[in-house]
Design a protein. Structure first.
Length: 391
């Protein structure tokens, strides 16, 4: 096999420049339609709550099957708003995986509840149902907190193990809440992400699979009650006439401009999703024994927001891949329970799977405009780098 240094020399002529995420190729494709949409907004001038907001909410509702969609200013707001809507207190425990982005824990704390960190499954990287049950039992035995909510995270695009989580939640009378920030486009049992839990929050951060040109997000709900509460909190906690404050709220609205961009991106999203799945299949077939890909569940389709593998000597492998022009990323270097802001919620004995993953995970380039040759080249470089760094 070719050494990394040879592959580095060959890259330009073989596959050109490999991007980790390629927003430029996408923009080239939709630029004119996006410009038209933006000009429409400039013409009608309704920068807040313009017609594009309702149009986007309705389209997202149709696509996902959710009862209602509430467009928000960011993915974080799309979690905070419904979390506030649950009316939790510091005595309420919200079980969350510790291997996620910090926004998951921030949402719990900003909503006034207490996060309880749960370990993840080493194969799927999602919240581990066995450890969830153990953490619930521990909270009950301790007697200080009331087990209230389990907030799953669909890491890298893979919907969590909802059948197992729902079973535990039903027995323990927990509400299920989904941080679906990375999994828009994922599916489980023929149900799209957005309709897999009573409440789901997703992110349209530019680098996510469906990304705006700035911050954006959406909350998906399955009931009218929750929809009303979220709409109120998003608009300063006001009543339906948007006059009197009837609860504490915030300004969590999405800008009309971002909705306009998202409407055009949504038009090509499902085609792009197929392209992502094609790249993921190439990776899965060509990793060899160099790295282990994120696992999955039966009847579950990963939305492939990211494509993440586990690899030994991760940092050295990553550096070698970089020298051959293959950009990679590490999500996440540090589990939440080890971060300063959340350390006081760290369970005794730590969370071994989260800690191990933080040392091993490596996200490969993943976007719909990656060519098959580029994906094969990424695998070749990964294999060469792993072989070299194992010496
Ligand atoms: C991106 C992300 C968020 C936050 O979304 P923003 O749009 O950046 O606010 C929350 N949770 C997870 C798991 C994420 O990946």
């Amino acid at each position: 096999m070719n050494a990394v240094s040879n592959l580095a020399l060959e890259r330009e002529s073989r596959v050109g420049t490999i991007a980790f995420i390629d927003l430029k190729a996408q923009q080239k494709r939709i630029r004119q339609r996006v410009e038209k949409r933006l000009i429409d907004v400039l013409d009608h001038g309704r920068y807040i709550a313009g017609p594009e907001i309702a149009e986007l909410e309705e389209k997202l509702q149709e696509k996902t099957g959710a009862y209602k969609v509430i467009a928000c200013a960011s993915g974080t707001d799309a979690l905070i708003i419904p979390m506030m809507g649950l009316g939790l207190s510091a005595q309420d425990a919200v079980f969350i995986p510790a291997f996620t982005y910090n926004a998951t824990a921030n949402a719990v704390l900003i909503a006034g509840a207490t996060p309880v960190f749960v370990d993840v499954d080493p194969d799927t990287f999602n919240i581990c149902p066995v450890d969830l049950q153990a953490k619930i039992d521990a909270v009950k035995a301790d007697g200080k907190l009331n087990p209230a909510v389990v907030c799953t995270v669909d890491l890298f695009g893979l919907p969590a193990d909802y059948p197992a989580i729902n079973k535990i939640a039903a027995t323990e009378r927990l509400k299920v809440f989904a941080d679906a920030a990375q999994s828009f486009g994922g599916k489980q049992d023929d149900t799209w992400v957005g309709n897999l839990a009573p409440v789901s929050g997703t992110s349209f951060f530019p680098g996510k699979a469906l990304g705006a040109y700035g911050d954006a997000g959406a909350t998906f709900v399955q009931s009218e009650d929750m929809a009303e509460v979220c709409e109120s909190i998003r608009w300063h906690g006001t009543d339906a006439q948007r006059r009197e404050s009837v609860r504490v709220g915030m300004n969590g609205r999405l800008d009309t401009f971002q909705a306009a961009v998202l409407l055009e991106k949504l038009e090509i999203f499902y085609e792009e999703l197929d392209a992502r799945k094609n790249i993921a299949a190439i990776y899965a077939e060509n990793l060899g024994d160099a790295a282990r890909a994120q696992g999955g569940y039966a009847r579950t389709e990963n939305g492939f927001g990211y494509y993440t593998v586990r690899v030994e000597n991760r940092d050295a492998v990553r550096e070698a891949m970089g020298t051959a022009g293959v950009p990679t990323a590490v999500y996440y270097q540090q589990p939440l329970h080890q971060m300063q802001a959340f350390a006081k919620y760290a369970p005794q004995g730590g969370l071994p799977n989260c800690e191990k993953l933080a040392d091993q995970v490596l996200s490969l380039p993943m976007h719909p405009y990656l060519s098959e040759d580029q994906a094969l080249f990424v695998c070749e470089v990964l294999q060469a780098a792993v072989k070299e760094k194992a010496k």
